[in-house]
Design a protein around this ligand. Structure first.
Ligand SMILES: Cc1cc2nc3c(=O)[nH]c(=O)nc-3n(C[C@H](O)[C@H](O)[C@H](O)COP(=O)(O)OP(=O)(O)OC[C@H]3O[C@@H](n4cnc5c(N)ncnc54)[C@H](O)[C@@H]3O)c2cc1C
Length: 315
């Protein structure tokens, strides 16, 4: 826990500068799981200058900070009180076309509407992103993807802060793969914005593709439930039928469909999802995750890897 003295010192430093911040923020409202305790301070820079100013204060006071995007891939601690939350805002919520088919997109833009709007301007290739929740910065971190597409494959450039300086990298300079990037592994960068490169397409075909992705999503996932999407990555293994083994199949096979701990349940509709039934705590979800890991390994020998990350200490 950050003690009161350090909180007061942080506030006093922040108040002297320009960077917006909020006190005692309920993180559950900023998470798709609707789980998470109260963060003492959430710092919300609106541009690069304010971001550098905030980072300078964190460094001076030796404060740990964690970056929160759309909160759609996180299990947020019930007690997130031993770090500062950094959440981009302002200019990072904008996107614009910078040349034919090239869009510069701020890290705090909502992925779904941004890519739906870009697609509807007549550019094709990013329709799959119109079904992924969260923010574009979080999507970069994790190389978000679905239906055969991945964000980094459409990307021309990523701008980020590392070691106090702004850098730009092309995808060929970034280590990335299935739900993986070097940013996710190293946790040493703040994604600021990216540029995607799309081809002009036929309006009717684009609309049909957007609808197809939406329909596939609606038919395969629990609707209007509080979740963080797939809890586990699919293992890189094929079954006897030559098809890729899916995590949901393994969870189903070991009999955990519908299992409940506290206020959390392994979704009866899609067992790689855990849903918050209403008042779940992070530890309830954690208990289910541990149960799945243990049972799947014991009964199948396969060690599942988590996709959803902890944000703060859980349990
Ligand atoms: C119903 C549902 C369906 C989903 N379906 C899919 C899917 O089909 N495919 C898929 O890939 N994902 C899916 N997800 C997971 C999630 O939507 C994506 O991973 C999303 O891109 C995460 O973005 P976010 O802004 O919510 O990140 P957060 O959850 O806020 O953060 C995730 C990680 O990124 C870091 N981070 C966030 N922003 C930045 C930044 N600007 N700079 C540095 N680090 C940052 C955080 O610190 C954290 O480590 C789904 C989630 C839900 C709830």
């Amino acid at each position: 826990m950050i003690n009161d003295k350090l909180i007061q010192e942080t506030i006093s430093q922040l108040e002297k500068g320009q960077v917006p911040f909020r006190r005692d923020v309920k993180l559950s409202v900023l998470s798709s799981f609707k789980i998470g305790g109260i963060a003492p301070i959430v710092v919300e820079p609106e541009n690069d200058n304010q971001l550098f100013e905030g980072l300078e204060i964190f460094k001076k006071l030796d404060l740990e900070y964690k970056i929160l995007g759309g909160g759609s891939n996180l299990l947020i601690s019930d007690h997130p009180d031993d770090f500062i939350v950094l959440r981009l805002s302002g200019e990072y919520k904008n996107y614009e076309m910078v040349s034919e088919g090239e869009f510069e997109i701020g890290a705090a833009t909502n992925t779904t509407p941004t890519f739906r709007q870009i697609s509807q301007k007549g550019y094709t290739g990013a329709e799959f992103l119109s079904t992924i929740p969260g923010w574009t910065g979080g999507a970069v971190i994790q190389n978000a993807g679905c239906y055969g597409g991945e964000l980094l494959d459409l990307t021309k450039r990523v701008d980020f802060i590392r070691n106090g300086n702004i850098h730009s990298k092309t995808p060929s300079e970034i280590e990335y793969g299935y739900r993986f990037t070097e940013f996710l592994r190293d946790k040493d960068s703040i994604i600021l914005r990216l540029v995607v490169n799309l081809k002009p397409g036929n309006f009717d075909e684009i609309e049909a593709s957007l609808k197809d992705k939406r329909d596939r999503r609606n038919s395969s996932q629990p609707e209007n439930k509080k979740s963080a999407g797939s809890i586990f990555k699919n293992p890189n293994l094929k079954g006897e039928d030559g098809q890729q083994i899916k995590s949901w199949q393994l969870i189903d096979q070991v009999g955990l469909r519908g299992e409940i701990r506290g206020g959390a349940q392994i979704s009866p509709e899609h067992c790689n999802f855990i849903v918050n039934l209403g008042d779940a705590k992070a530890v309830d979800v954690y208990d289910l995750i541990q149960l799945v890991l243990e049972k799947v390994e014991k009964q199948t020998g396969i060690v599942l890897e988590r996709e959803v990350e902890d944000f703060g200490k859980v349990p």
